[in-house]
Design a protein around this ligand. Structure first.
Ligand code: PLP
Length: 459
C-alpha cells in the first residue's frame, strides 16, 4: 500500500454538481441500454440478472468484449477494468481459452462424470496454493458454503467467525454484517451480527460471530466467549469488497495460530484475491497457509467456476462422506477446459511480470495525479487489483471505510465511464482488475481520466 498527499475532504458541493452533470451525460449516452432495461423489466426482476447490476444511474448493457476492451449495447468502446468483478484476469476472448472451450464443446459439454481435465486443474491449484486436495463447484458462494460446511463437519462444532464488512457470497452463514449500518453495528470489540435483510433467518444469528478485520482482541474475545464452539473462521486474507485492504503485519499468522490453539480451522476466501494478487494468491504471497482455500472468479477464465482446496486431513471428511460435497455441474467439462488453459497456458510467470509492470504504472501515475491536483487520497493495490481511495487516511477495516464520503467514488466512476474506462460499479466498494491483455495505453487512458477528474473537482 502506498500513500499520496493527504488532508481533509473539501468541496463536496462541487462534487454533487459534478455527479449531477456526469449522471445526465451517462443517461444521454446509453439509450439502447435504457431500451433493453425497459424491455427486460417485463420478464426479469428489476430488468437484470443480479441485484448488483442495478447500479446507479442505470444498468449498462454489454454487447461484446475482446482483449482488454468491452463494447456496450450503444456501441461505445471501453478499457475494461471492471472485468466481470475480477473474473476476467485473462482478458476477453483470450485465444487459448477460446480454443480450449471450442475443442471441448464439440466433444460434449456435460456428463456429471469426471473428465480427464479435472486432474491437471486440481494439480495446478495444489502446486500454486500449496494445499494438496481439491474439489470443484460453480461459484464463489458455493466455495465458501462448502468451506463452512467442511469446517463444521471436521470439528463437530456449529459456530463460525467472519469479519465485519466482508462479503463471502449469498448463503445464510455469511450474510451477516456485510454492510451493516452505523446505528446497528454495535461496539467495535463486540460487533453485533446483523443479517442482510429478512431473507436470512434471525434464528441463525448466534451461529455467525462477527469481528473487525485486523483486531486480535475481538478475535480472542470471540474464541474464549465461545470456547469449544467455534468450527472456524472464514477470512478474506486481503479485504476486497471495501476497496483493497491488505492484512496488517503478522495478522494472518496470528489468526491461524489463535484458531488452532482453540481447536478451530481457518478458511481463506480467495475468491477475489486468488490468482489476481499473484500466482498462488494471498496464500503464497503471505506464506501463511490456511486449512481450506476458496476459489472462484478468475480461475475459470470467464466461465462459471468454484473450487475448495484443503489439507489431506480436512478433505478426508469429504472422502469418508462426513461432509457430502456434491453438485451436478461440479467439474463441468467446459469449466475445466477453460480453467486448464487459464492455469497452464495463460497465467504464466511472464503474464504476472506484465501485470506487475502495469500495476506500477497505474499506481505511480495515480499517486502523481492525486498529488498534482491536491486531492486528499491514496492508492491501495495488490497485484492486478487496486483502487484510488478518496480519503486522507489509510482504510484498515469496515468502520474506517464507512467514515469516508461515497460521492468521491461515484463521481470518479462516472467520469471514467463517460470517457471510456469501465470500472466496476459501486465506486467506493470495488476495485479495478487489470488483465494479462491490458497495455500501457489502457492504463494511460485511466490516468488521463483521473487527471480530468482532478481538474473538474478542483475547478
Ligand atoms: C470475496 C468473495 N467471496 C465470495 C463471493 C461470491 O462469489 P459468487 O458471486 O461467484 O457467488 C464474492 C463475490 O463477489 C466475493 O467477492
Amino acid at each position: 500500500m502506498t500513500t499520496a498527499q493527504v488532508g481533509p475532504d473539501r468541496d463536496l458541493v462541487a462534487l454533487d454538481q459534478l455527479v449531477a452533470h456526469e449522471e445526465a451525460a451517462f443517461i444521454a449516452r446509453l439509450p439502447e441500454s435504457a431500451r433493453l432495461l425497459a424491455e427486460a423489466t417485463t420478464s426479469l426482476a428489476g430488468g437484470v440478472v443480479s441485484n448488483w447490476q442495478m447500479a446507479p444511474p442505470q444498468t449498462v448493457w454489454i454487447d461484446h468484449g475482446l482483449g482488454s476492451r468491452v463494447w456496450d449495447a450503444d456501441g461505445h468502446e471501453y478499457v475494461d477494468l471492471h472485468n466481470g468483478f475480477g473474473s476476467m484476469l485473462v482478458g476477453h476472448a483470450h485465444p487459448a481459452v477460446v480454443r480450449a472451450i471450442q475443442e471441448r464443446i464439440t466433444l460434449g459439454s456435460h456428463f456429471a462424470q469426471p473428465t480427464a481435465d479435472v486432474i491437471p486443474v486440481a494439480q495446478a491449484l495444489a502446486e500454486r496454493f500449496g494445499l494438496p486436495i481439491w474439489r470443484f463447484g460453480n461459484s464463489g458462494t458455493e466455495s465458501t458454503m462448502d468451506a463452512i460446511h467442511l469446517m463444521r463437519a471436521v470439528t463437530g462444532r456449529e459456530r463460525i467467525i467472519k469479519v465485519e464488512g466482508s462479503y463471502h457470497g449469498h448463503h445464510d452463514a455469511v450474510q451477516w454484517s456485510v454492510y451493516p449500518g452505523v446505528d446497528e453495528m454495535g461496539p467495535v470489540r463486540r460487533p453485533a451480527s446483523i443479517r442482510t435483510g429478512p431473507a436470512i433467518p434471525q434464528a441463525l444469528a448466534a451461529l455467525t460471530v462477527v469481528v473487525p478485520f485486523g483486531d486480535f482482541d475481538a478475535l480472542d474475545w470471540a474464541l474464549t466467549e465461545h470456547e469449544g464452539e467455534i468450527a472456524g473462521m472464514i477470512l478474506e486474507p486481503a479485504m476486497m469488497n471495501i476497496g483493497v485492504i491488505p492484512p496488517p503485519e503478522g495478522y494472518l499468522e496470528g489468526v491461524r495460530d489463535r484458531l488452532h490453539a482453540h481447536g478451530a480451522l481457518l478458511a481463506y476466501d480467495e475468491v477475489k484475491t486468488g490468482l489476481t494478487v499473484g500466482p498462488g494468491g494471498m496464500t503464497k504471497r503471505s506464506g501463511i497457509t490456511p486449512d481450506i482455500i476458496c476459489l472462484a472468479k478468475a480461475m475459470g477464465g470467464g466461465v462459471p467456476c468454484g473450487a475448495i482446496g484443503g489439507t489431506a486431513e480436512v478433505m478426508e471428511s469429504i472422502t469418508d462422506g462426513t461432509y457430502e460435497q456434491v453438485g451436478t455441474f461440479n467439474g463441468n467439462p467446459l469449466t475445466m477446459a477453460a480453467a486448464k488453459a487459464t492455469l497452464t497456458e495463460v497465467l504464466t510467470a511472464d503474464a504476472y511480470a506484465h501485470l506487475e509492470r502495469l500495476r506500477v504504472r497505474i499506481v505511480e501515475g495515480s499517486e502523481e495525479t492525486l498529488v498534482r491536483h491536491g486531492i486528499d487520497g491514496h492508492v491501495s493495490a495488490l497485484g492486478a487489483k487496486g483502487c484510488v481511495v478518496f480519503s486522507p487516511d489509510r482504510i484498515r477495516n469496515y468502520r474506517d471505510f464507512l467514515a469516508y464520503d461515497d460521492r468521491w467514488g461515484h463521481a470518479h466512476w462516472l467520469v471514467q465511464h463517460n470517457r471510456g474506462v469501465f470500472l466496476p460499479p459501486w465506486g467506493k466498494c470495488e476495485q479495478w482488475t487489470l488483465s494479462v491483455q491490458h497495455t500501457d495505453d489502457d492504463v494511460d487512458r485511466f490516468l488521463a481520466n483521473l487527471d480530468a477528474f482532478g481538474t473538474m473537482v478542483r475547478q
